[in-house]
Design a protein around this ligand. Structure first.
Ligand SMILES: *Cc1c(COP(=O)(O)O)cnc(C)c1O
Length: 378
């Protein structure tokens, strides 16, 4: 169906869904079967053969994800990392990739530790500065990775500027859109070639499923290679996780509005608090990336981080006093989480030791502020 004219709220409810032809069930069943029957002539009348290769719940999810990001095709994976891994596995030995210095820790770890053994060349630069990206390009550069807003400093990268550098170099521009979600920004509209999601986060939305996705602007050779990695490599999500994820996506537009509105209130409260040295939230007009964020984002999202005056011990003490927030890693669920990022990243972390990362949930913002206020009181 041609859906270009539909709004994202409508796509979130309808894309990939249809009434079950066998029973009339309005909500799709979960197809747990691993195998599908052949006809007498040996053909597969419904197109499905074996669930690693293709499953009806995964097909519905992939259709929906492609439409949400306005892409030509989408591939679902067992985790965000499996999606990133598939992209890196689509490259060849000695290919060069450029990764952002401030980005999800495990993205860099995958490229630098695991894929280095397979001959991947990696440069880590400040991707928020297009001049540094251009200077890092080599003849073998095949992929430039953008994460905006970034983890954990909420740095903003101009997607269109980096996509232009990538295309001039014959490389792909990939955007990890986990933090913004398709409600925050649609990177394919700004020239990106691939959008990556940890669907574990906002798309899943309830901290109860693990998943990843790649959405491609074009259904060409790259899509075929990635499909091969997905189907033969087998890092696919279970039918139940695909079903849960599709169910969650129905409410994504309204959840993202709530997360963003609450985060704006919490960010403004923290900015004015005497025990807070810095707040990182792209919706604050004094954020260095505000102008770019205001141009390329429709919502500033529910993630922020802040630096407590003092050192790691002071930050850990604040986290230790929260009552409503849960001290836990991850993000994007309905419940608010707070995390001392440097200690979860380990000894090689470059995160400021006094930084706390917050995933602002859907509780009432006044209750969230009251909790932070008592936690910040000495
Ligand atoms: C969580 C996350 C990932 C990794 O996703 P998993 O599902 O945990 O493998 C990648 N990028 C970002 C920005 C994330 O927040």
């Amino acid at each position: 169906m041609h859906r270009e004219s539909l709004h994202i709220e409508t796509l979130a409810v309808h894309a990939g869904r249809s009434v079950d032809p066998a029973t009339g069930a309005v909500m799709s069943p979960i197809y747990l079967s691993t195998t599908f029957a052949r006809a007498a002539d040996g053909s597969y009348p419904h197109g499905y053969v074996y669930t690693r290769t293709e499953n009806p719940n995964r097909a519905m999810l992939e259709t929906c994800l492609a439409e949400l990001e306005d892409g030509a095709t989408a591939l679902a994976f067992a985790s965000g990392q499996a999606a990133t891994m598939a992209l890196l596995q689509s490259l060849a030995t000695n290919d060069h990739v450029i990764l952002p210095a401030d980005s999800y820790f495990a993205t860099r770890a995958l490229a630098l530790q695991v894929m280095a053994r397979w001959g991947l060349a990696v440069s880590v630069v400040d991707v928020t500065d297009p001049a540094q990206v251009a200077a890092a390009v080599r003849p073998t550069t095949r992929l430039i990775w953008v994460e905006t807003p970034s983890n954990p400093l909420l740095k903003i990268t101009d997607i269109a500027a980096v996509a232009a550098i990538a295309h001039a170099a014959g490389a792909l521009c990939v955007v990890d859109n986990t933090w913004a979600s398709p409600l925050g920004q649609r990177p394919l509209h700004w020239g990106a070639d691939v959008v990556m999601h940890a669907t574990t986060k906002y798309l899943g939305g309830h901290s109860d499923l693990l998943g990843g996705a790649l959405v491609l602007r074009e259904a060409g050779d790259l899509a075929a290679t990635l499909r091969q990695v997905q189907q033969i490599g087998g890092a696919v999500p279970s039918p139940f996780d695909c079903w849960l994820l599709l169910r969650s996506i129905s409410t994504l537009p309204y959840r993202m509005r709530g997360h963003s509105a609450n985060a704006a209130v919490v960010a403004a409260f923290l900015r004015d608090h005497p025990r807070v040295a810095a707040v990182h939230y792209p919706g604050l007009p004094d954020h260095p990336g505000y102008a770019v964020a205001a141009r390329q984002m429709a919502l500033f999202g529910g993630m922020l981080s802040f630096q407590v005056r003092g050192d790691a011990a002071d930050a850990l003490a604040v986290a230790g006093r929260v009552r409503l927030f849960t001290r836990a890693t991850s993000l994007g669920g309905v419940e608010s989480l707070i995390e001392h990022r440097a200690s979860v990243e380990g000894p090689t972390s470059q995160t400021p030791p006094n930084l706390l990362r917050v995933s602002v949930g859907l509780e009432h913002p006044a209750d969230l502020i009251a909790d932070l206020d008592q936690a910040l009181a000495t």
